[in-house]
Design a protein around this ligand. Structure first.
Ligand code: MN
Length: 314
């Protein structure tokens, strides 16, 4: 049998051996008038710890009946992590979950070997959306487990005189998110008050990266810009975020992921054959299940030989 021609991207951790501060521009993607800033994967297809995908959507404003609507689509080999800065999103999946996520809550969907979901702006909404969509690659030992879904209301917030640390994944600033994960990692939103420096202790064995959400921010005194991913490397025991007029950032990290993954469309795999099989199963309507609570259509998989972008809201 010939190997399937799959236009997948091989993604590896950059795995810096020490502290650094490098920045990589986000790719701005126009999804029918909605602009998404894709921070991961980028050029060299790097992962940050187990984090393998990061999209920033918004801030967006829309008419109440014209929000986001992403039809049902499959995932495998990953967790989707939905974190909102503003607005709301309704999640439906093939396990029967139907949950609205709002700022302060995190949705974590563990695909295992297969799940399907749809995401849309709920009928009653604020007309705004500002969101991060992240994926965590599942390690080989867990990637074929059964699918599951967790919605964690009110993840822990640590408040200091300099700002807020809101930890949605892993542990930071003395608190731990209840979200289930299968590799060590951290994910947090940091708010830095105007004219303050927020210093946090971080895990030296992790590599870390930062994205500006809004306002202004500096890292150890160096100003950082929006729409760029800043890679901090590893072996830092602390990092100091400053702001002149107030700012928010997204902070992610984890130990350099030791496995090379293949990403194609909404799948994380290890071989082209696995991707070809998953695509065939989705097109045949098997394995991933249906999302009956979502009223709209299923999304068709692209052709295998095409570079296939993940679905807009992941
Ligand atoms: Mn998705």
């Amino acid at each position: 049998m010939t190997k399937p021609a799959v236009a997948a991207e091989a993604c590896v951790s950059l795995g810096a051996q020490g502290p650094t501060l490098e920045s990589f521009p986000n790719r701005i993607i126009d999804l029918g008038g909605i602009h998404v800033a894709r921070a991961l994967p980028i050029r060299e297809h790097r992962m940050i710890g187990p984090w393998c995908f990061l999209d920033r959507a918004g801030p967006l404003t829309f008419a109440p009946d014209k929000g986001i609507d992403v039809g049902s689509h499959p995932h495998m080999g990953l967790q989707t992590v939905t974190w909102l800065f503003e607005g709301e999103m309704l999640h439906h999946d093939s396990l029967g979950n139907e949950v609205v996520v709002r700022p302060g809550d995190v949705n974590v969907m563990t695909s295992g070997s297969g799940i399907a979901h749809a995401e849309e702006t709920p009928r009653i909404n604020s007309g705004h959306l500002n969101a991060a969509q992240l994926w965590v690659a599942l390690p080989n030992a867990s990637r074929n487990d059964a699918a599951s879904f967790a919605s964690i209301a009110h993840v822990p917030v640590t408040e200091t005189s300099s700002g807020l640390v809101t930890t949605f994944a892993g542990s930071l600033a003395g608190v731990t998110s209840a979200a289930p994960h299968f590799s060590e990692l951290v994910g947090a939103e940091l708010t830095i008050h105007a004219s303050h420096d927020l210093e946090i202790d971080i895990e030296p064995t992790f590599e870390h990266a930062v994205l500006v959400v809004d306002g202004d921010c500096s890292i150890d005194g160096q100003a950082i810009e929006a729409q760029r991913l800043y890679y901090l490397g590893s072996q830092r025991r602390s990092v100091c975020f400053g702001s002149r007029s107030g700012g928010r950032i997204l902070f992610i990290g984890g130990p350099p992921f030791s496995e090379t993954i293949l990403m194609w469309w909404n799948f994380v795999a290890r071989t082209p054959e696995e991707i070809a099989q998953a695509r065939a199963d989705w097109q045949a309507g098997i394995r991933f299940g249906a999302v009956p609570a979502y009223g709209g259509p299923r999304l068709d998989a692209p052709e295998l030989a095409r570079i296939a972008r993940p679905n807009p809201m992941s």
